[in-house]
Ligand binder design. Structure first.
Ligand code: COA
Length: 189
């Protein structure tokens, strides 16, 4: 297991030290605990990202094992942000969509550990996700975010187009309902 575990994180790194890498096969498996630590921390912080409380590190690891299996089959790609070898953030692009939407991808699980927020890690992850998606032949990306949350501001800042809001679309980890805003972005060919 890496140095990142169970929500414990060291000092915030300067943005210049952050490295974004696409994780595949062995490297992805090697960082499952680091990825799980970021997911568990986000859920503990109240993020509405599919999972309900209580949500343990083991729960998060199981979730990432499933997503890693999808990545290994080429159905999604997974990026991670590192500070000196520690995972501090992650994002995925879902590539496998119905046959009539081969040009479309979906952004999923943009997660930054609470101790690493507010220094551009998510922006770096999103910029790289767009680059990787374009390299996979995608020309249209979609995503959704909790209405009024930090992510919605980020996506607006990064040039995504807001489609609309669906009230009570999902739940926060504590069971409260939350509205969701849907976005799209056309990528340059
Ligand atoms: C949403 C989320 C991914 C943002 O991650 P982040 O790394 O903090 O995002 P950024 O650092 O790129 O941007 C956050 C803020 O820091 C600011 N910022 C970025 N770099 C900065 C810097 N060097 N100095 C000062 N501020 C900076 C940004 O302008 C932004 O400001 P805003 O909140 O006023 O809009 C993170 O809050 C998170 O993981 N939340 C929980 C999970 C979640 O909701 N995921 C989204 C699912 S759709």
């Amino acid at each position: 297991m890496g140095r990142v575990q169970h929500g414990e994180m060291p000092q915030r790194p300067p943005a210049g030290q952050i490295e974004i890498r696409r994780l595949e096969t062995a490297e992805l498996r090697a960082h499952l605990d680091g990825l799980a630590a970021v997911l568990a921390d986000c859920v503990a912080g109240g993020a509405s990202v599919s999972y309900m409380a209580p949500f343990s590190h083991e729960d998060a690891r199981v979730a990432f094992e499933g997503m890693a299996a999808e990545a290994e089959r080429g159905r999604r790609l997974l990026l991670a942000a590192f500070d000196e070898g520690r995972v501090i953030g992650t994002v995925q692009v879902i590539l496998a969509l119905p046959p009539n939407q081969p040009h479309r991808g979906e952004i999923a699980k943009l997660l930054v550990h609470r101790s690493a927020r507010g220094q551009g890690v998510a922006q770096l992850l999103m910029e790289r996700a767009e680059t990787e998606a374009r390299a996979e032949g995608k020309t249209l990306l979609v995503l959704d975010a909790v209405t009024g949350g930090d992510a919605e501001r980020l996506y607006t800042r990064l040039g995504w187009t807001k489609v609309g809001v669906i009230p009570d679309y999902a739940l926060y980890p504590d069971g409260r309902p939350c509205a969701t805003t849907f976005f799209f972005k056309a990528l340059d060919r």
